[in-house]
Design a protein around this ligand. Structure first.
Ligand SMILES: C[S@@+](CC[C@H](N)C(=O)[O-])C[C@H]1O[C@@H](n2cnc3c(N)ncnc32)[C@H](O)[C@@H]1O
Length: 281
């Protein structure tokens, strides 16, 4: 007679299956999700099981290991690409007020937008820098783990029905022009001016496994670290620390912090609400 499996035991088994799945993904494809936050991982794996119409995680694993297209789809699920232009507008106000003057002190500066998703944040920062007369002096490096979203970012075409919301965000972010100057409405969406991102380097970069690739004067990484468990967050904090020039700024936005991390003492907080930190040692 089969013994009833307790709920707690079921969850434990599911956890084992997820760990095996993540190990398999890592060994087969090199993507390392082993230290992502468990609750969010579980939800996304379940969603992919529904999408692939399989009943068990082991069945999903079997599909994944043999079919890279399934991996692509899981990658999209795992990498939560929700974003918006001038998302959390007060962040951009703080950026204008506290980061722009620092960038202005350099003849040439580099800004890394880590986890840029489909590019809305990159275009927002490019608009802000253009308005501050810094387009030619600040080069943006925009990276994400996911090549599919980067392709969309390079295109710079965003849904037309979002433009009203983005216009409001832009105004609340301190924008003083008419937002519609920056795009042309086409049948396929709002096509943003190419000049905005002419100098932007879009590249795939994995915060979990890739090394530092340049020295930056500012790094923004918003709504990414929330998906990582603490040890992984600390690894990424170290990566940011190593990638920043002295007195460079790490901009994490409202949801993340380096407080209580081993790197806390190497940074000074310059904006508590928007979580802007300056590297001081
Ligand atoms: C919710 S979006 C945030 C987009 C934007 N920063 C914002 O705040 O609107 C999170 C992004 O992080 C990316 N991401 C997740 N894990 C990553 C990793 N290990 N390395 C680089 N990017 C990653 C995802 O692909 C996704 O595009």
């Amino acid at each position: 007679m089969a013994l009833p499996v307790e709920r707690g035991q079921e969850l434990e088994l599911e956890q084992i299956e997820i760990e095996l799945l993540l190990e398999g993904i890592y060994r087969r494809y090199g993507f390392d999700f082993r230290q992502y936050a468990p609750a969010s991982l579980r939800r996304r794996v379940r969603r992919r099981m529904d999408g692939e119409k399989v009943e068990t995680i082991s069945a999903l694993q079997n599909l994944l290991l043999h079919d890279p297209a399934v991996m692509e789809r899981l990658l999209l699920d795992l990498s939560v690409n929700v974003t918006a232009m001038f998302r959390d507008p007060t962040f951009f106000l703080a950026f204008r007020e506290k980061v722009v003057p620092m960038l202005r002190t350099y003849p040439f500066a580099r800004l890394w937008v880590a986890g840029c998703s489909t590019g809305e944040e990159v275009y927002s920062l490019a608009i802000l820098l253009a308005e501050e007369g810094l387009s030619d002096r600040v080069r943006i490096y925009a990276t994400d783990i996911n090549e599919t979203v980067l392709e969309r970012a390079r295109l710079g075409v965003f849904p037309l029905d979002k433009m009203q919301e983005y216009t409001q965000n832009y105004i609340r972010a301190g924008g003083a022009r008419s937002f519609s100057e920056y795009y042309v409405a086409r049948y396929d969406g709002a096509r943003f001016a190419r000049e905005l991102v002419d100098g932007v380097v879009f590249a795939q970069h994995n915060l979990v496994s890739d090394a530092a690739f340049n020295e930056f004067n500012a790094i923004t990484c918003r709504n990414v670290l929330i998906y990582f468990a603490q040890p992984l967050q600390e690894r990424v904090h170290r990566l940011f620390y190593e990638s920043l020039a002295m007195f460079g700024v790490l901009a994490l936005g409202q949801k993340e912090t380096i407080r209580f991390s081993p790197h806390e003492s190497t940074f000074e907080e310059i904006d508590a609400d928007e979580r802007l930190f300056k590297k001081v040692r």
